[in-house]
Design a protein around this ligand. Structure first.
Ligand code: PGA
Length: 239
């Protein structure tokens, strides 16, 4: 698998023009990079105006609702995202757990909805107990998933995002991140890709891939600075 870099723009930027500008700068900057997949996750309302013809730049969303349509004021469904051209969706980010009080049970329903529509869910966790039971090895600690999924769950991507590292400028040490990656893998019932997220920048990005062996990165703050983000992607592509 190519290294996967997910740009989580969070609630930024504040205008459509700025969003287009940032997207187009990144698109131009990474055009010649073939061995790294980059996914931009903008706020929902910018998605339909961002288009990429280049194969290594994809679109994702920062959340989705578990129902497809109906009386759910303010929600955006996985079907809507799929119809807009999204291929990925971040689910269970710690900021949603904190500010929207998202619970594991809601997060697992969102994963199921995303898989049903062919979106690749990126499940954010900061501890092993947040791994849903349907992804856990038998005999391990049980998650609280209400799901009994019928289909293959191979499409799930796990993102290890330690709370202390998110948006703080204090990244997790390579040694600790490496240990957590192995622990996550030991608890999974199949070999899923594991990404690292938390204060990733153009200087430290490569080490998480090369030394800690993550399959990719979830990048917040740095993804809003086109030049730094392009540098980050280039550094990763040289691994
Ligand atoms: P950060 O955010 O890169 O700004 O630390 C990462 C994230 O929240 O996914």
């Amino acid at each position: 698998m190519k290294p996967l870099i997910i740009a989580n723009w969070k609630c930024n930027p504040t205008t459509q023009q700025e969003a287009k500008r940032l997207f187009n700068l990144v698109k131009r900057g990474i055009k010649s990079i073939k061995n790294t997949e980059v996914v931009i996750c903008p706020p929902f309302l910018y998605i339909s105006n961002l288009k990429s013809q280049i194969s290594n730049l994809k679109l994702g969303a920062q959340d989705c609702f578990w129902e497809e349509k109906g009386a759910f004021t303010g929600e955006i469904s996985s079907l809507m995202l799929k119809n807009l051209g999204c291929q990925y969706v971040i689910i269970g980010h710690s900021e949603r757990r904190k500010y929207q009080q998202e619970k594991d049970s809601m997060i697992y329903k969102k994963i199921e909805a995303a898989l049903k529509r062919g979106l690749k869910p990126i499940l954010c966790i900061d501890k092993i107990s947040q791994i849903p039971s349907f992804l856990r090895k038998r005999g391990g600690r049980r998650g609280r998933s209400p799901l009994r999924p019928k289909k293959d769950l191979g499409g799930v991507i796990i993102a290890y995002e330690p709370l202390f590292a998110i948006g703080t400028g204090k990244p997790c040490s390579i040694e600790k991140a490496k240990k957590m990656r192995l622990l996550i893998l030991r608890n999974l019932n199949k070999n899923l890709p594991v990404l690292y997220g938390g204060s990733v920048n153009s200087q430290n990005a490569r080490d998480y891939i090369e030394k800690a062996k993550f399959q990719g990165l979830l990048v917040g703050g740095t993804s809003l600075n086109a030049q730094e983000f392009i540098k980050l992607v280039k550094n990763v592509s040289q691994t």
